[in-house]
Design a binder for this molecule. Structure first.
Ligand code: ASP
Ligand code: MG
Length: 451
């Protein structure tokens, strides 16, 4: 039995939090593998350093040193403290060399290297704290563990096959010997052996990749909330924790609003049917959310309502688009050139409507304006829209569901601007003006989830 446990920044962010997390790791049976984020605030601090023109290396390092050494001095003593300090200082020294090396900055992956340094420090700390509790543990960087990645800077994707081979060689033997490996989240090594990050919040994805590669029996995501909720509790105070979801529901919700889990976390575990538990590291006795392959239907029409604000609808009008399939391709092509995420698409005889982030509008228009002017009649933009994502049991297979949902939207007084239904059988997504979105979420929740 192998369990992969992931701890986020807040779960290793202070002496108290990191001790609690170490206890959770040490408490269970079977093989245990931890995947860890940087201590909270550290990644932001490193990125701010990269963005600032006049930040001094020693000032940047001073904060990192204090944050980690304060915890070490509180939780470690004697030989372990001495050994930790030595290893820690070595890592800080090589980080200092890297920051002072002006030539290194021309490397396109330089920012990935720097922003992933916090993980290299946190794994060392957690590993020593496990040792201080009498457990055998080693910390491993992603390079040492064998997590392989490919892709552009800041946007890596794991190579699951190569990673599995790497983990089986470097990590599995440790588990079999009863050692607890503590592995850096957030990045893998690219084909040149250099760090490549998986995007902000990517440690959840790292943990799923490790669970996949080791054929783990369970992935536990330990975070600072109780699990997936039926709505954002800041919007709907009556929101409840969802005890059980299937992979599809969790993936849709993670993608469209709920910030509990990085959206890419589901795929690597879904492929191997590895169940995921999302739990609160500050309140481990709470049940959390179980995400797995087979969820018994519960006959609840809606399980959760999420929203994503600050979106815009771009409508491209062109005569008889429907009879000119190439035209749709050309429009999509321009959007792809702009490198923009499209949250929904809807077409009619002579228009294509696309939902994108407000911040991407300028870039998107720049590219759409390159289309042949004889092809395009007009381009309209409606900003400050919000996407509402209603996730439920087999939403599409049940008759009358949409009518009931839009009935509740009507009661909230909102006009629906765009609908995307049918692309996923667990969710119904639609767009309303942002200033109506909170009312719609509340109305849907009150009517279907209760509380
Ligand atoms: N430390 C990284 C970040 O802040 C990765 C993570 O927390 O998941 O984005
Ligand atoms: Mg996170």
């Amino acid at each position: 039995m192998i369990t992969v446990l992931k701890f986020g920044g807040t779960s290793v962010g202070s002496a108290e939090a990191i001790r609690r997390s170490a206890k959770i790791i040490a408490a269970g049976n079977g093989g245990r593998v931890a995947v860890v984020s940087a201590m909270s605030g550290v990644t932001n601090h490193l990125i701010q350093f990269l963005e600032s023109d006049n930040a001094r290396t020693d000032d940047a390092l001073a904060l990192l040193i204090k944050k980690h050494m304060d915890v070490a001095n509180e939780l470690l003593t004697g030989k372990l403290l001495k050994e930790f300090t030595k290893g820690f200082n070595e890592r800080v020294d090589s980080l200092r060399d890297l920051l002072n090396d002006k030539g290194a900055r021309s490397d396109p992956y330089f920012n990935d290297n720097i922003s992933s340094q916090g993980e290299r420090l946190s794994v060392l700390l957690l590993s020593y704290i496990l040792m201080s509790m009498g457990r055998e543990s080693v910390s491993l960087t992603s390079e040492e563990a064998g997590i392989y990645a490919a892709g552009p800077p800041g946007l890596g994707t794991a190579d699951l096959q190569k990673t599995s081979a790497g983990l089986m060689m470097n990590v599995k033997p440790l588990i079999l010997r009863g050692v607890i490996p503590v592995i850096t989240g957030f990045y893998g090594r690219n084909e040149d052996g250099k760090p490549l990050t998986f995007g902000r919040g990517g440690s959840d994805y790292s943990a799923a990749v490790v669970a996949n590669g080791l054929d783990a029996d369970c992935l536990e995501i330990w975070t600072d909330v109780d699990g997936f909720m039926s709505a954002d509790p800041r919007v709907v105070p009556e929101a409840i924790v969802i005890d059980e979801m299937n992979f599809g529901e969790a993936a849709e919700l993670a993608y469209l609003g709920a910030k509990v889990l990085h959206p890419r976390t589901i795929e690597p575990v879904r492929m191997k049917h590895i169940p995921v538990k999302v739990k609160n590291s500050a309140k481990p006795e709470r049940p959390g959310t179980l995400i797995h392959h087979l969820r018994a239907p519960k006959n609840e029409m809606l399980r959760s309502v999420a929203m994503k604000a600050d979106l815009s609808i771009i409508t491209v009008g062109s005569s008889e688009i429907a009879y000119r399939p190439r035209m749709v391709a050309r429009i999509i092509d321009k959007i792809a050139d702009a490198g923009v995420i499209v949250y929904a698409i809807s077409t009619s005889l002579s228009t294509v409507a696309l939902l994108i982030h407000n911040l991407d509008v300028k870039e998107t228009l720049k590219h759409l304006n390159l289309l042949d002017p004889t092809d395009v009649e007009r381009i309209d933009v409606k900003s400050n829209m919000a996407l509402i994502c209603a996730v439920g049991d087999d939403l599409l297979r049940r008759c009358g569901v949409s009518a009931e949902i839009f009935g509740a939207v009507f009661e909230a007084g909102a006009n629906v601007e765009l609908i995307s239904e049918g692309a996923s059988d667990v969710s119904l997504n639609f767009v309303v003006p942002t200033d109506m979105a909170i009312g719609v979420v509340k109305s849907l929740h009150r009517k279907f989830v209760g509380g």
